[in-house]
Design a protein around this ligand. Structure first.
Ligand SMILES: NC(=O)c1ccc[n+]([C@@H]2O[C@H](COP(=O)([O-])OP(=O)(O)OC[C@H]3O[C@@H](n4cnc5c(N)ncnc54)[C@H](O)[C@@H]3O)[C@@H](O)[C@H]2O)c1
Ligand SMILES: CC(C)[C@H](C(=O)O)[C@@H](O)C(=O)O
Ligand SMILES: [Mg+2]
Length: 351
């Protein structure tokens, strides 16, 4: 297969982890006879520095013309520490998601056999966890009207959802549940928020089309608790943008590290693959960040092209590295940590 992949490395550890995903993907291409053409493009603070805006038109054109996008991470402390900055790296990420129509963010949470005792949660709680969040990605409070009034003394962020936005993510949730254990949890705050009541009402109306799916409706605050208490009781969870952002970082503790969590952001016409973590500024340039989340995002990319064996080959290499203890410092004991690029080399060699 010939694949054109837009490569948006971004900021902080973004370029370091992306390099490893490229190495591993190139090893896959060699083994399975594919041809990958990488199309690097600017995004985030790097794009602000170069051209004054975090998601330039040229980058968008490259994304649209590609078969998929592989994304590292964006964000820089000089913006995080300056609340009044008008142009911010994160705006680029949001604009990109919106312009590419990536309304569904698929964020799986699973455990790795050799890491069961690495999690701060007890083995018997997390063993067997295999759940997927479908996080709505182009609506809600992230995209509603926001601003200040009263001479800056009052701030607002509006949370808005349309029924159609809820229907399309819920449809994905029901369809995914049908291919798994037929359990769907709708995460909301319908006891308080009107947008959540629209979510609940919309999902309830869709239940009749999927009679085999057992649907539960749970409040987000309770899910935040049960997620770490009984994670293996969940299968597919659908949720609005902000709740999904928060719960998936929480869920990374189940697997053992933020540096392990991949994701796919999909829409009708485009697909983008990105780790759930950020630019981890403290680790920039130190060759210590875990590249596995980005490497596993590349595995999701191959699977999205229908290349299951390729995706599995990546997962097997990651499992082998974890079993062998060939890991970065977030997962290592004491002195036994390997560098980001060494882990990438090891994975590529073991494809
Ligand atoms: N999708 C994205 O690009 C994205 C996501 C989240 C945050 N951000 C941005 O990243 C910047 C830093 O934000 P933050 O510190 O809250 O979140 P972060 O995800 O960058 O880091 C939080 C913590 O997670 C751990 N971590 C993250 N990635 C890791 C990796 N690859 N290997 C090992 N450990 C890892 C580290 O302990 C780190 O301190 C901010 O500017 C933020 O806006 C971007
Ligand atoms: C950086 C930020 C805009 C982004 C989000 O909130 O969606 C990040 O936290 C993520 O999870 O991808
Ligand atoms: Mg996040």
């Amino acid at each position: 297969m010939k694949l054109n992949i837009a490569l948006l490395a971004g900021d902080g550890i973004g370029p370091e982890v992306i390099d490893q995903a490229v190495k591993v993907s190139d090893a896959i291409a060699k083994k399975f006879n594919h041809e990958i053409t990488w199309k690097p493009a600017l995004t985030g603070a790097a794009a602000i520095d170069a051209v004054g805006e975090p998601y330039p038109d040229e980058t968008h054109d490259i994304c649209v013309a590609s078969d998929a996008v592989l994304f590292g991470a964006i964000g820089h402390p000089r913006f995080d520490n300056n609340p009044s900055a008008k142009v911010r790296p994160e705006q680029g990420l949001l604009k990109m998601r919106k312009k590419l129509g990536l309304f569904a963010n698929v964020r799986p949470t699973f455990t790795f056999p050799s890491l069961l005792d690495k999690s701060p949660l007890k083995r018997e709680r997390i063993e067997g966890t295999d759940l997927v969040f479908l996080r709505e990605l182009t609506g809600g409070i992230y995209f509603g009207e926001k601003g200040r009034r009263d001479e800056g003394e009052t701030a607002f962020d509006n949370c808005v959802y349309t029924r159609v936005e809820v229907q399309r993510i819920a449809k994905k949730g029901f369809e995914l549940a049908m291919t798994r254990s037929k359990k769907l949890c709708c995460v909301d705050k319908a006891n308080v928020l009107e947008t959540s009541r629209l979510w609940r009402e919309t999902v309830q109306a869709m239940e009749k089309d999927y009679p085999e799916v057992e649907v539960s409706y749970e409040f987000v605050d309770a899910v935040a608790m049960r997620l770490v208490q009984w994670p293996n009781s969940y299968d597919v969870l659908i949720t609005e943008n902000l709740f999904g952002d928060i719960l998936t970082d929480e869920a990374s503790v189940i697997s053992g590290s933020m540096g392990l969590m991949p994701s796919a952001s999909v829409g009708t016409d485009n697909a983008l693959f990105e780790p759930i973590h950020g630019s981890y500024p403290q680790a920039t340039g130190l060759n210590i960040a875990n590249p596995m989340a980005t490497v596993l995002s590349a595995a999701m990319m191959f699977e999205n092209f229908g290349l299951k064996e390729e995706g599995n080959a990546i997962r097997n290499a990651v499992n082998k590295a974890l079993d062998a203890g060939f890991v970065t410092e977030d997962l290592a004991n004491g002195d036994n940590a390997y560098g980001t690029s060494e882990v990438g080399d090891w994975l590529a060699k073991n494809i």
